[in-house]
Design a protein around this ligand. Sequence first.
Ligand SMILES: Nc1ncnc2c1ncn2[C@@H]1O[C@H](COP(=O)(O)OP(=O)(O)OP(=O)(O)O)[C@@H](O)[C@H]1O
Length: 530
Amino acid sequence: MEKDTSFLFSGITFNRKKFASDFARFKEKTERDDVVEEPNLIENGSSTLEEGMAVRADKKRKRKVARSDPIEGFSVFKRSKSKAVDEAGEHDEDELLQEKKEYHRQLERDALFRKRHNIHVSGSNIPSPLQNFTELKSRYNCKSYLLRNLRDLGFKEPTPIQRQAIPVLLSGRECFACAPTGSGKTFAFVCPILMKLKHASKDGVRAVILCPTRELAAQTARECKKLAKGKKFYIKLMTKQLAKSADFSKLPCDILISTPFRIQFAVRKRKLDLSKVEVLVLDESDKLFELGLVEQVDAVVKACSNPSILRSLFSATLPDTVEELARTIMHDAVRVIIGRKNSASESIKQKLIFVGSEEGKLLALRQSFAESLNPPVLLFVQNKERAKELYNELKYDDIRADVIHADLSQIQREHAIDNFRSGKTWVLIATDVIARGMDFKGVNCVINYDFPDSAAAYIHRIGRSGRAGRSGEAITLYTEADVPFLRNVANVMTASGCEVPEWILSLPKKKWRKHRPQRESIFTKPQDEK
Ligand SMILES: Nc1ncnc2c1ncn2[C@@H]1O[C@H](COP(=O)(O)OP(=O)(O)OP(=O)(O)O)[C@@H](O)[C@H]1O
């Protein structure tokens, strides 16, 4: 033991003469109370191995002794250590207190900032909203290609949904997001996907974006590519061709954008493996949860079986029923609402015009175009038959009209959209197939030739104008048959600050399923000429 001692502590000597009195008291004390002493005495050359060993054997107890039972006048080292420990403890507590205070100050700052940007959140531990795009770098180490692309696209400041949804998703939280039409939701989910995936890989599909229509899927794929420019990601749009004939086991694909039907088809028939998907976005989620689509969406959600998957729902309209249903598949999701839930963009001037009957609509339309036509104009009708009829009425008028509906081939639909985007077409007649998500820059006016079949349809249709802070106009024609349903649209209008005649607001509330009345034909020609 002695040997071990000298070996372990060689170079340490204890001057018993010099510290005789202290030593005597120390001995007395240790023998009397059997107290384990400070290890630092060893380190300071003032102790023995036995004491040191004992001290080492029970560090916790020893510290307690040092703190709670200082031996007055015994050792300078010991006393200073006790004091140091006390001070360290106090220091720790001080630090903790400061951290706590700073944390609460940050919460207050976040709350004020959210209020300023009309951001409403619910959920636990919600990350602070983004002050600017530079924070993508300082807080989340965003790569420079993405910041460069933002700059090139002219995105100077994040929009409110981007300020909050991006940090939520980047901190690994699932998210329900509801923000007005044209408020930049696409980038709010594409940015976290690109940042999370970091770089391209050939290890299978890692992110899926589901969109309710082919047109929207194509547009989202294009936007994704623009934002990923300069970085080699495999971004694929699920076309009919791809769904039917691709060998998905060999196809490099980081981000797959699709309608539920096509992706489900590929999973079932072409063995598309979605088990490695890390991020799943349901865009226009309320539409995806409607009957007819929800079964396919459900199959896709199931196929994305990675337990650590991050799911998010985005839409301008998010009914409670959809939220409840979605909650059953989400984990600890954060809810982000911009402005008022299910409301129209405030930059759209909305008007209701009574036209009496179906015949009155065409007259009102022609009169309005004759007085002022401010293209591009989108005209919405109830179904594809009516779209064809209205097109046949307007195609010889001098207003450069075109039409888009589900009976056209994919190519014809693409042409119709391209021509409208490029300004070749001034007036595009459409069904609800392009009512959601489509981003036509600078649509000046949306005309609901046929009254929309729900408040959500109204919000999405008119949201094709007044995007990204621009102003827009929405005119809704109504006949006697639509009067019982006026109140619902009127409520949306008043919520976004538009004036509505008092009599409409006092109409009885009507539970609004789908309002699709049988309407008289639009044709004005005699029956035998049709
Ligand atoms: N931070 C930004 N600054 C400026 N413009 C932006 C910003 N983010 C997006 N935009 C632009 O705003 C327009 C609308 O964006 P986006 O299509 O994502 O809207 P949305 O909220 O998804 O609309 P919808 O509900 O109709 O689908 C696009 O043209 C887009 O390029």
